[in-house]
Design a protein around this ligand. Structure first.
Ligand SMILES: [Zn+2]
Length: 338
């Protein structure tokens, strides 16, 4: 991994530079709104972007379009302890932001003495506020007080209350442009651009997710899953043996891959389309062979089954993962066998 990584310092990622310049332009004209709704796909760097803007607003000696990185204020932001920066997120990932948390924020906004500059709030993800929390935030959005900037981050705009949306200025961050993202991922990970491109495909074009995939060796896991599936079809291993190898891995992720492979080949066998449409080049040969042998109806049925089990994993507390994999893989074995 490149030592110069973004993680400990808020950097604006290359594909977000255009929006960055726009906001700084507004700031220089004293027209920066007091509430921004920062919207964009998952894993493109929204949190870094917001933190970089907070850093810039709080910096005592900004240099052109970036914070100085040296002043006391930059130091405090970097260590996560700036008294005028308030970052609000759920107590646990995936849980809602509750009204008590917004009450704490209210105290910060209305009763804390400022250190002489801006006060900045980042709410991430803002769509996780429950309805009471969102309503409690409304008043603050109307009258946040002087020199205050609130940034609400979301990748699920549809789940934001209209009343919240209408009180913020929307900043739409674009998805990462493929060529730029490939180059960036390759540089960060110090890998060839082919590998970077493949990581990006399985990460649905999210550069940050691509980095996480590499760190967790998810390409390795993916190769293991593909080999297991091929071994079952070719009778080299039984579905029970492969289930045994896989059930302790991240099944939500594996089932997500299986689902997208099935949808890919169902599309292919339905349209007799150009195999080039297959996005998952690593699984290509097996998927093409299945597309020739299995009807699209059966493939969709299997995709539905996978998806249903995946939902079960997300919502049920404690499914028997080994049995679940055995079931899915024995159906997998039967797929081309009628
Ligand atoms: Zn500074």
């Amino acid at each position: 991994m490149n030592d110069d990584l973004w993680l400990d310092r808020p950097l604006v990622l290359p594909w977000l530079k255009g929006r960055w310049t726009d906001l700084l332009e507004l700031k220089s004209q004293n027209r920066l709104p007091h509430a921004l709704l920062i919207n964009g796909p998952e894993g493109i760097g929204k949190a870094c972007f917001a933190l970089a803007l907070a850093n810039f607003m709080l910096c005592r000696d900004p240099q052109g379009t970036s914070a100085c990185g040296q002043c006391r204020s930059c130091e405090l932001t970097g260590s996560g302890g700036h008294p005028d920066l308030y970052q609000l997120c759920p107590d646990e990932p995936g849980k809602p932001i509750k009204i008590d948390q917004i009450r704490e924020l209210t105290k910060f906004i209305y009763s804390t003495a400022q250190q002489g500059g801006y006060r900045v709030v980042i709410i991430d993800p803002a769509d996780s506020m429950n309805i009471n929390a969102a309503n409690a935030l409304l008043k603050m959005l109307e009258e946040p007080g002087e020199n205050t900037l609130l940034m609400l981050l979301t990748h699920r705009l549809g789940q934001m209350l209209p009343t919240i949306k209408s009180r913020c200025q929307r900043v739409d961050l674009p998805p990462a442009e493929v060529e730029m993202a490939t180059k960036w991922v390759a540089t960060q990970l110090e890998v060839e651009s082919d590998e970077a491109a493949q990581l990006l495909v399985i990460a649905h074009n999210s550069p940050l997710q691509a980095l996480a995939y590499k760190q967790d060796d998810l390409l390795g896991l993916r190769a293991k899953v593909l080999k297991g599936l091929a071994d079952i079809l070719k009778n080299r291993s039984s579905s029970i043996e492969v289930a045994q190898q896989l059930f302790k891995e991240d099944l939500e992720l594996i089932l997500g891959w299986m689902y997208s492979w099935m949808v890919d080949i169902a599309r292919l066998s339905e349209n007799e389309a150009d195999p080039e449409i297959l996005r998952h080049s690593d699984a290509r040969n097996m998927l093409l062979a299945l597309a020739r042998k299995v009807s699209s109806r059966k493939l969709y049925e299997y995709a539905d089954l996978v998806q249903e089990e995946r939902k079960g994993l997300m919502f049920r507390r404690n499914p028997n993962k080994q049995l679940l994999m055995e079931k899915l893989l024995s159906e997998w074995y039967s797929l081309p066998r009628g």
